[in-house]
Design a protein around this ligand. Structure first.
Ligand SMILES: Cc1ncc(COP(=O)(O)O)c(C=O)c1O
Length: 350
């Protein structure tokens, strides 16, 4: 158990006193009584979408909570992880005064969201083969550091961080530890969701955008103690998750076997791609990957990026990030797409 952290003290004062928007029909969601709904100025004629969505996504959350083995009160859903990241900053970071910590090279939205919300950003770069600098993270944290964002597996480096490092940070960090598991399905291992009872300052983010195949639906999940979830529920837009997206998730949950099969295929394709990359003279290093993408170091990332563009293939060039000079980040595609990539890379190696 970590030192007791008072979530109430972490929340911005202006948020603590907020009253959330309430819809009149809210209390009847899930009740057996069939009500005539004349409270929300909707068009009563049926289109399949003429009614506002359930603001708290009760049915979907109950189903997800059962799958994940948590109570639905510790689950929050939003318009992608991007909305989760932004709401966390709004809830906990006083603009211009307080800060978040990030561990670059890292996912770019933490910085973007902090900039949008006027929140300072402290960087504690990864060290030695893209590992967390745990001692510096803890030494640098102050009472102004309200959150640290740690994606695991990390983007763009693709590696998972050791659980022992994450636990050590969760135990000793004075604010919230946001563990972003966007790519968790691609490598077996414990999820930090299992630690919710032990560490009251962790928030685990997962998404339907990656392995689950619903990037277009924009659905992200946050798992945390009820006090944290309550704050997010207070500040969210009332109808942040639309009916179509909720339905898309429901339908995808019926296809768990298919998702698992796709993940297996992608992991296999990744091995094939790694083998092909090993034979290329301009590929200097292939970093270990626990995700559905690979980071490689090449001789000249701008040159290789542009050559691929000319061949109609877009990869990511994260070379401006710290320790990522001359790297490319390649997402694993379908077998046909990967074959086209390998053919293009071989032609570039002539
Ligand atoms: C670490 C990480 N978190 C979150 C996201 C975005 O998730 P979402 O599509 O749910 O906003 C990404 C997307 O690239 C990511 O790499």
């Amino acid at each position: 158990m970590n030192r007791r952290i008072d979530i109430n003290k972490l929340v911005r004062p202006v948020i603590k006193d907020l009253k959330s928007y309430k819809s009149a029909r809210q209390e009847f969601v899930g009740s057996d009584r069939k009500m005539i709904l004349l409270d929300a100025n909707e068009n009563p004629f049926e289109t399949g979408l003429n009614r506002y969505p359930d603001p708290f996504q009760t049915e979907l959350k109950n189903r997800l909570a059962a799958i994940k083995g948590v109570s639905s009160s510790s689950l929050f859903l939003a318009n992608g992880s991007d909305e989760l990241i932004s709401l966390l900053m709004v809830a906990f970071c006083e603009p211009k005064e307080e800060e978040i910590m990030i561990v670059p090279p890292t996912f770019g939205m933490y910085q973007v969201s902090a900039n949008l919300n006027g929140v300072h950003v402290v960087e504690v770069p990864l060290i030695d083969a893209f590992q967390l600098d745990v001692d510096r993270i803890l030494a640098r944290a102050s009472d102004k550091t309200k959150m640290i964002f740690i994606p695991t597996p990390n983007n763009p480096t693709a590696n998972r961080f050791p659980l022992s490092d994450l636990e050590h940070i969760a135990k000793n960090f004075p604010g919230l530890v946001i563990i972003d598991e966007a790519y968790a399905e691609f490598s077996p291992g414990e999820t930090a969701i299992d630690w919710l009872d032990q560490y009251e300052n962790i928030v685990v983010l997962q998404t339907f955008s990656k392995a689950q195949g619903l990037a277009g639906a924009r659905v992200g999940m946050a798992f945390a103690k009820d006090e944290i979830i309550d704050v997010l529920n207070t500040i969210k837009a009332p109808y942040n998750l639309n009916v179509l997206s909720q339905q898309a998730v429901m339908d995808r949950l019926d296809q768990a076997g298919q998702v698992a099969q796709e993940v297996r295929l992608l992991i296999g394709y990744k091995q094939t791609l790694i083998k092909a990359l090993e034979d290329l003279s301009f590929v200097k290093k292939i970093f270990p990957s626990d995700a559905n993408f690979i980071l490689i170091r090449v001789d000249d990332s701008s040159l290789r990026y542009n050559q691929l563009i000319q061949k109609g293939i877009v990869v990511r060039n994260p070379s401006k990030q710290i320790s990522c000079e001359n790297t490319l980040r390649i997402t694993i595609g379908t077998e046909i797409e990967n074959t086209a990539l390998i053919t293009a890379l071989k032609a570039m190696d002539q």
